[in-house]
Design a protein around this ligand. Structure first.
Ligand code: SF4
Ligand code: SF4
Length: 120
């Protein structure tokens, strides 16, 4: 059963989560699955394709959820995955574009997930 935090910082609604981009070097992967298992946001999944060594590398399932924590990069024993953080200006521009296109913004998605009782 997940542990509920009884204290929450008062400025959580002012904090902007960073957005990350995941880069996978398929042919270095040996399919240990660490990055998939331990990503706190469940951004990754096993790809159906094979790399040159005959393993299934990870694939990005939902890049919008990546918070650029860098855990996948640290945990990979084969330096097969790394992460770059989107510049805040680019992040703002993307969110403005999403809002303009009528799509849900990241904040909107998070709120929808909360209402559904889901989210990570
Ligand atoms: S940087 Fe963090 S959130 Fe993003 S894919 Fe890697 S482990 Fe997951
Ligand atoms: S941690 Fe590295 S080697 Fe293991 S599955 Fe992920 S990318 Fe492949």
């Amino acid at each position: 059963m997940p542990v509920k935090l009884w204290r929450k910082p008062l400025d959580t609604n002012k904090i902007k989560l960073p957005r990350g981009k995941v880069h996978i070097i398929d042919d270095r992967c040996k399919e240990c699955g660490f990055c998939i298992e331990f990503c706190p946001k469940k951004v990754l999944d096993k790809s159906p394709k094979f790399n040159r060594k005959g393993y299934h590398p990870p694939m990005v399932k939902d890049e919008d959820k990546c918070v650029s924590c860098g855990l996948c990069e640290i945990i990979c024993p084969d330096f097969a995955i790394f992460n770059t953080q989107e510049a805040p200006e680019a992040q703002d521009a993307n969110e403005a574009q999403e809002a303009h296109d009528g799509g849900e913004t990241r904040k909107g998605k998070d709120e929808t997930e909360k209402k559904k009782g889901g989210g990570n």
